[in-house]
Design a protein around this ligand. Sequence first.
Ligand code: SF4
Length: 379
Amino acid sequence: MGMGLYIHVPFCRKKCRYCSFVSSPAKEGEDNVYVAALTGEMKMRSGRMTAEEKRVDSIFIGGGTPTCLSEKQLALIFENIFCRFSVDASAEITVECNPGTLERNKLSTLREAGVNRISMGVQACQPELLNCLGRIHSYRDAEVTYGLVRDAGFLNISVDLMFGIPGQTLNHWEECLERVADLGPQHISAYCLHLEEGTPLYDRVMAGEAQMSPEDLEADMFGWLIDYLGSRGYAHYEVSNFALPGRLCRHNLKYWHNERYLGLGPSAHSSLGGRRFSNEPDLARYAASLSEGILPQCWEEIIDLKTEMSETVFLGLRLVEGLDTGKFRERFGLDIEDVYPDQIQRLAGLKLIEITGQKIRLSQRGLMLGNMVFGEFVG
Ligand code: SF4
């Protein structure tokens, strides 16, 4: 089996008010510095791998907004990926975009490069909510971009949405889900807004200028999300992810199955060869390190058996089908009930998990309180 390849593009047209990702508008010339450094990192990392280790069966170009880069820069990145790694012919290749950052020529470039999946950040439909989030686009822009992507021949499109936005009502959320489902994307990701310290939205909430949604409203929105998308044919397969049949995100499944992936670009994380490591987040330092012939890593840890088991459990429990206890035994030579007897008993007693046959899965209540469940297996 090949690994997943993730590439982080650290640029966005404008910073959203809630965002804590490593992304900012590119200063003059920074995009070229980034592309040169990234292709240098590909050369250096792949040069240290065996032919088998270089096999890739899913690629995800995320960020940031990868489609802020020019056609030429995007083409160069893909040329280098295919030159440095052995990409399976059937690989899933996703590029993230935001409305207003794509036009026909760029879409043709992506298609020619082999991209077969587009993930679009839409987040909300109502102008006041998009404004609260500091998004650069209107919902109409999202519809136009969606049409361009579909007309360019992409048959696998994912839309990202958000609930729990200050000022968002259940009616807003119902309307948003209906309008997005009417577009007909093959995949929908829907996340509850998490207030991140250091963001402008955090400051507004702390100053009393905006209020986060009450928890019971968030729970109602989550419940509606599951019921409504189910009625529109989307399978709920991960806490925050829904897909039409056969359209689960193969790249993200690698994370939830705790499989190998390599992350390239500033701040990108990797899990490979029994180690987890991440790159320098600052673009200038990332590029300087590579120009000196040094890998731009700033953090690394050895994944020991205990860590690997705990990650396999809490990541696997994110999947609605649950964790396969037989596969756990195959992978580690141990029964999960012997490794985590107290946690499993406690969570089952609280009706947060259900055990049926070979599966341990989150209950309906557990889906709402996922972090409480995952926390039991961390550390
Ligand atoms: S588009 Fe995404 S990555 Fe860029 S600032 Fe907004 S939330 Fe952050």
